[in-house]
Write a new protein. Sequence first.
Length: 510
Amino acid sequence: MSKIPESPAIQGADPGRWKALVFIALAQLMVVLDATIVNIALPSAQQDLGISDGNRQWVITAYALAFGGLLLFGGRIADLWGRKRTFVVGLIGFAAASALGGAANGEAMMLGARALQGAFGALLAPAALSLLAVTFTDAKERAKAFGIYGAIAGGGGAVGLILGGFLTEYLNWRWTFFVNIPFAIVAAVGAYLVIREPAGGRNRSSLDIPGVILSTLGLVALVYGFTRAESEGWSDAGTIGLFVGSAVLLGVFVLTEARVKSPLLPLRVLTDRNRGGVYLSLGLAVIAMFGLFLFLTYYLQVVKGYSPVMTGFAFLPMIVGMIVGSTQIGTRLMTRVPPRLLMAPGFLTAGLGMLLLTQLEVGTSYAGLILPAQLLLGLGMGTAFMPAMSLATLGVDPRDAGVASAMVNTSQQVGGAIGTALLNTIAASATTAYLADHAAGATTPAAQKLVQLQGMVEGYAAAIWWAVGILVASATIAFVLINTGKPETGVVAGSGEGADDEMKIPVIAH
């Protein structure tokens, strides 16, 4: 029986592309894990290293600032150096920074290691996504590849909670850093041997130094502004100063990019209606998701008394939902329906899961409410994330793939910083108001403890209502702004202006 020939798009593709996906996915998992794995280990690390309560937030913030601030620069470096080289350098650097963190003997060494992890993560993340974009050029194969990537990008944070709980409880907090080293070495060796970058995809233009400085300072000021707002308050002079400074720096950055010959972020990447819709809707959705991770972790550990390991396992339904939503629903439908008909319903389904969680009480049943809510959240986010990740790099000039990928990560990173600060502030205000109204009636120690717990849960529920509204806004933006049709069969990557002639194949049905 004769073998059915592959389509021309697949015939010209890299034969090692599926092996390459394994190593790209492994690296992405490592970066996403690191955003949450350290959270669970932080109390133990703080005690061992003598970090003050006032400075402990910097273990998280140092990573977030370096990662968020340098992402656009990292994406441009990937376009300049080549994505494979940037990817491998990022992995090696991340492994070295992780070893430094695990061996930390004091506060300064720990904070330095976290900043280095963030800096190398900013090289690694956009290189990984842009490699995926230029490696998988057939519409159906792209759907499968981005389904796997989307599941990891969405569910990796929850996996980090499980792994962080295990390592902290049964080994030592230092292993939350050391665990990155084997991940990074395997991914780097595999990438070096397997990944083949398509020719003609580099952007060899001179580096836009003013753009690098303005974007890095602007993004650092923005992320730090939200971080500071959480601890110092929104009306604090320093917080307001950071937001104003960020707005000025990013405004000047946009003006600069419109005028320079070789911009760090070509404005065509942002002004494309569909990509702009992806960046905005994804950033908003991440605000809601990061807030939820924070509240559910505290609810399960403080209110329900779960151990770190139990808390991690309690997030499993969300991971399962994300994997099913991304690899089954998203992958199967992505080549059949327009992206907005996956993204908007996906965000609304996640919003329905959030809506269930507004009913949280001190005695809420895990199986009766939290489990189904997490399944809905996971299904919705997985279904929406998958086409969003693909669409963010679809049709972009191959020479802009790195910086377009960096914008996906930037919208997620800024969204995470906003989500943690904004929703935490709302929760704290609601808790304070509840305690002011009910504390007088609690006269016994048991009653006082119950009122404290009820106040915490009241705060979480109030903030989750906001998260519901944010997800509805995200769905609306996706439905209104994203107007591209379903991908046709054929080559889908690198179809943008400036691509090689053989890659200019019309692939979008409008």
